[in-house]
Design a protein around this ligand. Structure first.
Ligand code: ZN
Length: 264
C-alpha cells in the first residue's frame, strides 16, 4: 500500500470536508454542542459514562442540558432536554428523558450569573483536591495560581488570585443548598468551583471557556501532584500546607522505592 493512502495517516480532502461539516455544526447548534462535549469528556477520561453534566443557555430563558441515567458515550443531540431556567419546567426534547439530577444547580448558576455554558465532570486529580481536609484544597489552588506554567498564566486574575475556589462546607449533591452555595461563588467572580468531596464545575461566556477551565485545573492539579511526588518543589512551595507537602513526599518516596525495587 502506498504510504500516502494509509487511512488516517494523511488526512484526505474528504476527511477535511467531513471535519469542516462537524465543526460548522458544533458552532451553529448548541444542542449538538452539548451532546458532543459530554461525549468528549467521557472519552477523554474526565468522567465515567454515567457521570458529569453539561448545559448551554439558549434564548428566551431556556437551557439545553444533558439527560440523567444515560450512557454519555452514546449520547446524541436528540437526547438533550430543554428546561425553563426560572421555573425548572420541561420545555422540550425527548419525553422519555429526564434532565440531569443537577438541573437545579445549573438553573441557579444561570440565574445568578451571565454564563452561557456550564460543564461539570470528575477529573481524578481535581477530585483528589476536592477530598482534602479543611482548607488544604483552597490553599493548593492558591499555590497553583501563583506557580502556574507560563502557558497557563491567564488562569489567575490580574491581581494574582485564583479564579477557582473550593466550597467551604460540604453540601450533598442534588441539594438546593449546594446549588445556592456554588452559584454564590460564581456570582462573586469565580469561573470554576470545586465542590467539596465531589468535583469541579465551570462556567464560561462560551462552551470553549467552560471546558478549558475544567481541563486546565485538572492539568495544574496533576502537575502539582506529580512534581510533589517526585520530591520537586513547586515555585511557591511555602504556599502548600505543610501537612499536605509531607504526605505527598512520603507517597512519592514509597512510589520511587517500589519502582526501584521492581527494577532490580
Ligand atoms: Zn458530579
Amino acid at each position: 500500500m502506498a504510504h500516502g493512502s494509509f487511512p488516517g495517516r494523511n488526512p484526505t480532502p474528504s476527511s477535511f470536508r467531513e471535519r469542516e461539516r462537524l465543526i460548522n455544526q458544533l458552532q451553529a447548534d448548541p444542542v449538538f454542542r452539548v451532546a458532543w462535549e459530554m461525549n468528549q469528556l467521557v472519552e477523554h477520561g474526565y468522567c465515567t459514562p454515567m457521570g458529569g453534566n453539561v448545559s448551554m443557555r439558549l434564548s428566551n430563558g431556556i437551557m439545553a442540558v444533558t439527560p440523567a441515567h444515560v450512557d454519555k458515550r452514546l449520547l446524541l443531540p436528540d437526547d438533550i432536554v430543554y428546561v425553563n431556567i426560572a421555573s425548572g419546567n420541561y420545555d422540550g426534547g425527548p419525553k422519555h428523558r429526564q434532565p440531569t439530577s443537577e438541573t437545579d444547580l445549573h438553573r441557579e448558576i444561570y440565574q445568578q450569573t451571565e454564563a452561557a455554558a456550564i460543564v461539570h465532570a470528575h477529573p481524578r486529580s481535581t477530585v483528589f483536591l476536592a477530598q482534602l481536609d479543611g482548607n488544604m484544597g483552597q490553599q493548593l489552588i492558591n499555590a497553583l495560581s501563583t506557580g502556574v506554567p507560563e502557558y497557563a498564566v491567564s488562569w489567575a486574575t490580574d491581581e494574582g488570585d485564583a479564579k477557582a475556589s473550593v466550597t467551604k462546607e460540604y453540601e450533598m449533591m442534588w441539594s438546593k443548598e449546594l446549588a445556592r452555595q456554588v452559584a454564590t461563588e460564581f456570582a462573586q467572580g469565580k469561573t470554576i468551583v470545586v465542590m467539596r468531596n465531589h468535583g469541579p464545575i465551570a462556567i464560561g461566556a462560551t462552551m470553549t471557556q467552560a471546558v478549558e477551565q475544567i481541563m486546565l485545573l485538572e492539568e495544574l492539579c496533576s502537575h502539582a501532584l506529580l512534581k510533589a511526588m517526585f520530591g520537586q518543589q513547586l515555585l511557591h512551595t511555602e504556599a502548600i500546607p505543610e501537612q499536605l507537602r509531607g504526605n505527598l513526599v512520603t507517597a512519592g518516596t514509597s512510589y520511587l522505592k517500589m519502582v526501584n525495587e521492581g527494577n532490580k
